[in-house]
Design a protein. Structure first.
Length: 192
């Protein structure tokens, strides 16, 4: 790959990083092309060198945000400094904490986009649905009881959504702690 292709790939990554953060922070509909390009350090005119339309940017940004979440799990799984825990406890710890609730721009796209995706186009819904299914399968494999992963994912996403929505810090902490305790009931028992 020549310098210009490498430079274009790096610019596209900056745009996707920026757009993924912005949609997690402010929602899909709030994403503006000019603002996104400016925050990525590029001109508005450079946009069409990377994307055909705003809808194409949104779909790519949602996919990028979902991939970032997957990469965070993989990095944690591969980090030798991470204390050994049950796989379900790791998932609960990654999701159900104050830092995640307080930083949607750097958090899980499933949590941040739960409300927006219902109004999105079919491509975005398909990406979201596929990621949701994969996480539910991962949760089911991680559970000692072989629980329904969808129930745990719904608990996690709902808890983060509620913790972000309330204006009472103590209540937000309680929501996260209660959801964590509920999720961990699915990890009780012997593993086969």
């Amino acid at each position: 790959m020549g310098y210009s292709q490498a430079s274009k790939a790096e610019s596209r990554k900056r745009v996707l990083d920026t757009a993924a953060r912005q949609i997690r922070e402010n929602g899909i509909e709030a994403l503006g092309v000019a603002d996104c390009m400016k925050n990525a350090g590029l001109t508005h005119g450079a946009f069409y060198g990377h994307f055909d339309s705003r809808d194409a940017l949104i779909a790519a940004a949602v996919e990028h945000a979902l991939q970032q979440g997957k990469a965070r799990f993989q990095a944690r799984d591969e980090d030798p400094a991470t204390p050994p825990e049950s796989p379900l406890n790791t998932i609960a710890d990654v999701y159900l904490n104050e830092e995640h609730a307080d930083n949607p721009g750097n958090g899980c796209a499933l949590c941040a986009l739960a409300g927006d995706t219902g109004h999105a186009d079919g491509n975005v819904k398909a990406l979201y649905t596929d990621s949701l299914r994969r996480l539910a399968e991962r949760v089911a494999r991680a559970s000692a009881k072989g629980t329904d992963g969808l129930a745990v994912v719904a608990t996690i996403v709902g808890a983060i959504t509620l913790a972000r929505a309330v204006d009472d810090r103590a209540l937000a902490k309680s929501i996260l702690a209660s959801a964590h305790a509920l999720v961990m009931t699915q990890d009780e028992g012997d593993r086969d």
